[in-house]
Design a protein around this ligand. Structure first.
Ligand code: SAM
Length: 192
């Protein structure tokens, strides 16, 4: 059996949904591993949007996509995911978030809960029925724990008739392993 962790599990759970996707978001491009995964698993005519506030991250992502021949289907946005609706006006089929700081970069530049929740709200309102969003959160350091708690609170409030929300983690790992949240849209807005 394949050795899984939260990052790999997010990819496993979202992969089937990517096969027919037209519009997919990587909300935290970082070094580009998820962006590459999305680009490699979506139809050739789909559009992948990858956001990061650090030019250094987008440079790495661009290089990785270019090396693998996927640069033309990905739109790299050097801006906050909190402005996702400003850039994407269409329905969204799937999105991935990998919270925290850029591996190999400054640990002082982290995702912030208010931006993460703003991005999630916009993406969830544009998500198609059967669309999936994955969020990997890191409770092993103070900022990550706070962010995880705020994101968890937000996800807990989502109406269950409209969204199905689950959480996955390794249970025998030391030092607070990452948590994976999975959201699937199951119906249109049911609010009056
Ligand atoms: N998924 C990436 C990969 O596969 O390499 C790793 C992502 S890394 C854990 C988190 C990234 O989120 C960092 O590169 C950071 O710059 C970015 N980030 C932080 N705040 C952001 C925001 N408001 N909008 C978009 N990206 C943000």
């Amino acid at each position: 059996m394949e050795v899984v962790n939260a990052l790999r599990m997010a990819q496993i759970l979202i992969r089937a949904r990517l096969k027919t996707a037209r519009c997919v978001v990587d909300a935290t491009a970082g070094n580009g591993k998820d962006t590459l995964f999305i680009a490699a698993n979506t139809p050739a005519d789909s559009t992948v949007w990858a956001f990061d506030i650090q030019e250094q991250a987008l440079r790495k992502t661009r290089e990785l996509l270019f090396q693998n021949g996927f640069d033309s289907k990905v739109r790299l946005i050097n801006d906050s995911h909190a402005k996702v609706s400003y850039y994407i006006g269409t329905a969204i089929d799937a999105a991935m978030f990998n919270l925290g700081y850029l591996p190999g970069g400054s640990h002082a530049i982290n995702t912030q809960p208010e931006n993460t929740i703003a991005a999630l709200s916009q993406i969830l309102s544009q998500l198609v029925i059967s669309g999936i969003v994955t969020i990997v959160a890191y409770p092993g350091y103070e900022h990550g724990l706070t962010e995880m708690a705020e994101v968890s609170y937000f996800l807990n409030q989502l109406p269950q008739k409209e969204y199905c929300v689950a959480c996955w983690s390794m249970v025998n790992q030391i030092n607070h392993p990452p948590l994976l949240y999975i959201v699937e849209r199951v119906s249109e807005n049911t609010q009056p």
